[in-house]
Design a protein around this ligand. Sequence first.
Ligand code: SF4
Length: 237
Amino acid sequence: MSDRIELSHMTPDTVTLPLVEIFETVEGEGTKAGYPTVFIRLFGCPLRCSWCDTTYSYPPFQAADVMTIKEICEKVKQFSSAHVCLTGGEPLLHGDRSALLLQELAKLDSLVDIHVETAGSIPLHPFLRALTSPKIRYIMDYKLLSSGESHQMHLPNLEVLRPQDELKFVVADDDDFNLACHVLQVYKPASVILFSPVWESMEPQILVQKMLAKPLPQAKLSLQIHKVIWDPQKRGV
Ligand code: SF4
């Protein structure tokens, strides 16, 4: 991917993106948990995390649809939510096209917050440079050792995260927890810090005990409330 985002040659009514789904529910995690939110799930991901729960967002599955950016925005306008979550797969995988979608979403007066769930392997600084709307925020999901993709993290991202952004660590075991603590100590990111347990392998109360014992006064526990409300395997909720 280019180090530069170039949008001037692109128009929202001709540029397309591959999609898995667009749906409205409540945000399940992070600082906006509980707000009604439209989820736009783009197709494609360069990573293959061992515990991925959205394997249908990359091959051998196929995109469910291909829509122009204008069509995606029209669809978002049909919902009443003021929050949008751009997710995947890896929603920044499509470079300029991902950025154009964010730019066009930010123009919608009905939206107050557009957060991008990125896995951390794609450089953030070209997006931060090209997109200046205060509505757009990045949630970097730092892949720890148990994911098998920790080596893919683009570490300079940790230095460009802003106070309105979020850095999330999904923790499966002690090695994951220790790496997350090491990353925080070395990079001291300016963003909100979130710790979340891998639903199947880490009891939330164990993670809380670890956070208190470390201690990690700057970190916030984040539980996936949609897995409490609905069946954890259920899609589109
Ligand atoms: S980055 Fe997300 S979508 Fe991609 S493999 Fe990992 S968990 Fe799955």
